[in-house]
Write a protein that binds this ligand. Structure first.
Ligand code: MV4
Length: 505
C-alpha cells in the first residue's frame, strides 16, 4: 500500500480524498495557491506546499510544480480529484516519468475514451448503442447537410471538443442548416480552438443517466449501478440521485453490461463513468466517458455501502476488486444537492466572501461533504462549490423529506447560497413524481417566480434583534416573498432558537 499521497486538488474533493487516506493510514500532502493558504484541505493534510498564485493556470494546472512537490515530499502516488488536470493525459504521463502512481486510468485509456468521437467509435466497436449519426467529424458543409437530410430533422450539431453545451446547435429544418453549422463551428473554434463538428439525431426530452464502473488491473470490470443526473442548470448538474427512478432491474443490467463492455474495449482501469441519454421508451444511447471520480460519487456510495475513493486507491496499488458485479444491488435511495456560493435571486452570480457563521445539518440519513469552515473566505478564483449535501433513505420519498429537513437546518451567513433553489426543486410536483428530463430545470427557471427566501440581513454583524426587526418590516410590507411550503417566520424562529441555544452557557 502507498505511504504518502499527493492530492492535486482543493476544496471539498481534496478533503474527501484526505479522509479516505487518513482511514487507510496513508500520509497526505496538500498543495495550495496563494488564496488557499487557509483552506480546509491545507489544515487537514499532514503536509502542505504552496504552488503559486491564485489563477489555476499558475498553480493547480502546473504539472511541473506538482511533480516538484511530489519528489520533495517523497510521495508514492497522486490523486487528481475532479476538474483541473483530472482528465488531462499529460498528468498520468508525468506521473509515470516521475515514478509516481497515478490514481486513475492509464494514459492510453484516458486518450482512447476521453475524446467524444473516439469514445463513440469505441462504443460502436463494443456494440454499445450510440445516438444515430456520425462518429467522425465532417469537413464539408454540403456533405454534412446531405447527411442531415437523410437522417431527418431535428438533428443536433456537436463540437468534437465540446463541453458544457458549447458548440451545440439544434437544427429543425433544412433551411436552418447552413446558419446553424456556421454558428456551431465558430462557437467551437472560440471555445476550444477546434471548429470540428459532428451530427446526431436530436433526441427530445431525454434523461441523463450514467453508470459508475470500476476496473482493476487483473481483468475484473464491474458496474456499480446508475445515477440519475437530469436535473441540470445550463449543463451543470445540481441534483443527482441513485438509483434512477426510471431504471428497472433489467435496464440496469443492460446498461451496466454495455458500460463494462466499453471499459474492457478501452483497456480501462480504476473509476470511470459512462454517460448515457435515455429516451421516453427507455432506449439508451452512449454519450461519453468521464475518466475520473465524479462530483456526484457519494450517491453511489450511499446506496452501495462502498467507499469509492478507498477503492480507487486500492486498485491503483494493484489490489483486486473484492466483489463481482452480480453482488451489487442498490439499497435504499440517495440524493445529492450541490450548494454553491451564488445568488439564485441575481442570475446565480458567484457570491464569494467570508463565511460569518455556519450551521451544518446532521441526523438520520444525512451526509455533508464540504471544504469550508466558519471564518474562511470563499475565493473568487475557482468553482464556488461549498458543500454537497447528501441524504439517504429507504425510499425516494423518505430521502427527499430528509433532504428538505436538512436544508432547513443548514444555515450559512456572510455569503449567498443557492439553498433556495433546492427548496423550490424539492417541492415541485413533477420532481416529486420523477417526471423530468435534461431541460426540465432550465424550463422551470424560465417561468416567472418570486424570490423564494427573504434576503438575508446585513451580512457583517447579523444580530438576532436586527434580523427580527428586519423580518417584522418585511412581512408588514409584503407577503409574497416566500413560498407556502417555507414561511420565513418559521425559518427565523428556527434560526432564533438556534442562536439562543448557541449562546447558552
Ligand atoms: C444530446 C441531446 C439530445 N440529443 N444529444 C448536452 C451536453 C452534452 N454532454 C450532451 N448533451 C445533449 N446531447 C442528442 N443526440 C441533449 C443533450 C442535452 C443534455 C444532456 C445531458 C444533460 C443535460 C442536457 C441539457 C440539454 C441538452
Amino acid at each position: 500500500m502507498f505511504k504518502k499521497i499527493l492530492i492535486a486538488n482543493r476544496g471539498e474533493i481534496a478533503v474527501r480524498i484526505l479522509r479516505a487516506c487518513r482511514e487507510l493510514g496513508i500520509k497526505t500532502v496538500a498543495v495550495y495557491s496563494e488564496v488557499d493558504r487557509k483552506s480546509l484541505h491545507v489544515r487537514l493534510a499532514d503536509e502542505a506546499y504552496p504552488i503559486g498564485p491564485a489563477p489555476s493556470r499558475e498553480s493547480y494546472l502546473r504539472i511541473d510544480k506538482l511533480m516538484d512537490v511530489a519528489r520533495k515530499s517523497g510521495c508514492d502516488a497522486l490523486h487528481p480529484g475532479y476538474g483541473f488536470l483530472a482528465e488531462n493525459a499529460a498528468l498520468p504521463r508525468a506521473c509515470v516519468d516521475t515514478g509516481l502512481v497515478f490514481i486513475g486510468p492509464p494514459t492510453e485509456a484516458m486518450e482512447a475514451m476521453g475524446s467524444k468521437t473516439a469514445g463513440k467509435q469505441l462504443a460502436r466497436r463494443a456494440e454499445v448503442p450510440t445516438v444515430p449519426g456520425t462518429s467522425d467529424p465532417i469537413e464539408n458543409p454540403e456533405e454534412a447537410q446531405a447527411i442531415a437530410q437523410s437522417m431527418g430533422y431535428p438533428i443536433l450539431l456537436k463540437a468534437i471538443a465540446g463541453g458544457g453545451g458549447k458548440g451545440m446547435r439544434v437544427v429543425e429544418s433544412d433551411a436552418a442548416f447552413a446558419g446553424a453549422w456556421r454558428d456551431a463551428a465558430s462557437e467551437a473554434m472560440n471555445a476550444f480552438g477546434d471548429p470540428r463538428v459532428f451530427i446526431e439525431k436530436y433526441l427530445i426530452g431525454p434523461r441523463h443517466v450514467e453508470i459508475q464502473i470500476f476496473a482493476d488491473a487483473h481483468g475484473r470490470v464491474v458496474s456499480l449501478g446508475e445515477r440519475e443526473c437530469s436535473i441540470q442548470r445550463r449543463h451543470q448538474k445540481v441534483v443527482e440521485e441513485a438509483p434512477s427512478p426510471i431504471v428497472t432491474p433489467e435496464l440496469r443490467k443492460k446498461m451496466g453490461e454495455a458500460a463494462v463492455r466499453l471499459a474492457r474495449a478501452g483497456g480501462y482501469t480504476n473509476a470511470g463513468t459512462v454517460e448515457f441519454l435515455v429516451d421516453a421508451d427507455l432506449n439508451f444511447y452512449f454519450l461519453e466517458v468521464n475518466t475520473r471520480l465524479q462530483v456526484e460519487h457519494p450517491v453511489t456510495e450511499q446506496v452501495t455501502g462502498l467507499d469509492l475513493v478507498k477503492l480507487q486507491i486500492a486498485i491503483a496499488a494493484g489490489h483486486r476488486l473484492p466483489f463481482a458485479w452480480e453482488t451489487i444491488t442498490p439499497r435504499g435511495h440517495a440524493m445529492e444537492v450541490r450548494l454553491y456560493a451564488e445568488d439564485p435571486d441575481n442570475n446565480f452570480y458567484p457570491s464569494p466572501g467570508t463565511i460569518i457563521s455556519r450551521h451544518a445539518p446532521t441526523g438520520p440519513g444525512i451526509r455533508l461533504d464540504e471544504g469550508v469552515y466558519e471564518g474562511w473566505t470563499v475565493p473568487m478564483d475557482y468553482d464556488p462549490l461549498l458543500s454537497k449535501l447528501i441524504a439517504w433513505g429507504n425510499s425516494r420519498e423518505e430521502t427527499i423529506s430528509r433532504l428538505r429537513r436538512a436544508l432547513d437546518e443548514y444555515t450559512i451567513t456572510g455569503i449567498r447560497t443557492n439553498v433556495s433553489l433546492f427548496r423550490r426543486i424539492l417541492s415541485e410536483p413533477e420532481f416529486l413524481r420523477a417526471e423530468f428530463h435534461t431541460k426540465w430545470l432550465d424550463e422551470l427557471l424560465a417561468r416567472p417566480h418570486p424570490p423564494s427566501t427573504p434576503p438575508r440581513p446585513g451580512t457583517e454583524e447579523a444580530s438576532l434583534i436586527a434580523a427580527a426587526l428586519w423580518h417584522h418590516n418585511q412581512t408588514a410590507k409584503s407577503s409574497d416573498s416566500h413560498t407556502a411550503s417555507q414561511p420565513p417566520s418559521s425559518r427565523w424562529k428556527t434560526e432564533g432558537r438556534r442562536q439562543q441555544l448557541d449562546h447558552m452557557p
